[in-house]
Design a protein around this ligand. Structure first.
Ligand code: ADP
Ligand code: MG
Length: 363
């Protein structure tokens, strides 16, 4: 029997680089999804092809880290991570298609992992708690692909609900729904893809993680979640590490403030928090680029309530909260400014919170 499963990409509304510091984040699932079609059989391998990769690639069910690289490593990583958890999955033929832009900070990687994971669990007739699924997908990305990412992307892809953001607390790994329907208050969520990819950024990501770990160690705490801004600024000797810590700690507070603003549908206040978050990523965490700063600044000057880079940084997308009557003006101002500065024409779309991973009817 053919199994169809899909999982969405995500936008982080606020709370960047907080996941591996056991902090807070507030993401939504995107309407764009990655689809897996799987025909299990009695072979000992997966034959996988993707419309976005080359293929087909053969993945033995006994695959181990180091054996495959490139896009197929995300799929092989899930097979491997399931096996190390003691879950046996069947071989078969798998076809992948996706609507999630790759390398734009919208987490095409977690969409792929979670869709493959769901298809394999369905085939094996195993039901797993979504937090456990997120950990398996993260394990695949960390250990098989070799990307030291936190749990944000996978949790969002698995827990997404239409019209809802998710307040994630990474210390106790809890996910709480938070209503997010700006359109019903006359406010649009714009997704501006700069078209600058973040492909070269893995070294920078690892450097930020190392800074945060050093700061926590110097403060004598297990994670930055346990520290205060004042302590970080006085006790952390290295001024760069201290600024990195300040970003994480002030960002956790902005997440809570943003949840409070959304509870009263106060998109002006939420927008101001997005601006503060962008400034913190630009000045303290230093993960934005001049290109992304220009997009965010121009959007706000043209009448948006707020704008911030979303995702790990060094490229990708800016999200904007803007009153509906200013959508056109903001889009035009941003396109004009980035083109005048010599960057490519951005892709600007209106988006909303979509649903999480799940099975789709067989076609
Ligand atoms: P992001 O998650 O922000 O899109 P990553 O660098 O984390 O960026 O993941 C992108 C990588 O994930 C791609 O380079 C590719 O290897 C893999 N990938 C994601 N989606 C697909 C897909 N539909 N088909 C093949 N590979 C994919
Ligand atoms: Mg990714």
């Amino acid at each position: 029997m053919r199994i169809s499963y899909s999982a969405p990409g995500r936008i982080n509304l606020i709370g960047e680089h907080t996941d591996y510091n056991l902090g807070l984040a507030l993401p939504i699932a995107l309407p764009q999804r990655t689809f897996v079609s799987f025909d299990p059989d009695s072979s000992r391998a997966l034959e996988v092809s993707s419309s976005l990769g080359d293929g087909p690639v053969r993945i033995g069910l006994d695959t181990v880290p180091g054996e495959l690289t490139g896009w197929a490593a995300y799929v092989a990583g899930v097979v491997w991570a399931l096996r190390t958890t003691g879950i046996a999955v069947p071989g078969g033929t798998m076809t992948i298609t996706s609507e999630v832009e790759i390398g734009s900070g919208l987490s095409s990687s977690a969409a792929l992992e979670c869709a493959v994971l769901g298809a394999l669990l369905t085939a094996a007739d195993v039901e797993l708690d979504r937090v456990d699924q997120a950990r398996i997908a993260q394990h695949a990305e960390n250990e098989y692909v070799g990307a030291p990412t936190g749990l944000l992307d996978q949790l969002t892809s698995l827990f997404g609900e239409p019209g809802q953001a998710m307040l994630i607390d990474f210390r106790d790994v809890t996910v709480q729904p938070v209503r997010f329907e700006p359109e019903s208050s006359g406010v649009a969520l714009l997704l501006i893809d700069s078209r600058a990819r973040h492909a070269h950024a893995s070294g920078e990501y690892a450097a930020r993680r190392a800074s945060c770990e050093r700061a926590a160690a110097e403060l004598g705490v297990a994670s930055l979640r346990e520290a205060s801004v004042a302590a970080a600024l006085t006790a952390v000797k290295d001024p760069v590490d201290a600024r990195r810590a300040r970003h994480v700690l002030t960002e956790n507070q902005r997440v809570l403030d943003c949840v409070a603003a959304l509870a009263s549908a106060d998109f002006v206040a939420a927008g101001a928090l997005w601006n503060a978050s962008h400034a913190s990523m630009r000045d303290d965490f230093e993960i934005t680029t001049g290109h992304l700063d220009l997009i965010a600044e121009t959007a706000v000057q043209a009448g948006a309530f707020g704008a911030r880079m979303t995702g790990g940084g060094f490229g990708g997308c800016v999200i904007v909260l803007v009153p509906q009557e200013r959508v056109k003006a903001v889009g035009e101002a941003v396109s004009r400014a980035v083109c005048a500065a010599g960057y490519p024409e951005p892709s600007i779309t209106r988006t909303h919170a979509g649903g999480g991973a799940g099975s789709a009817n067989a076609t």
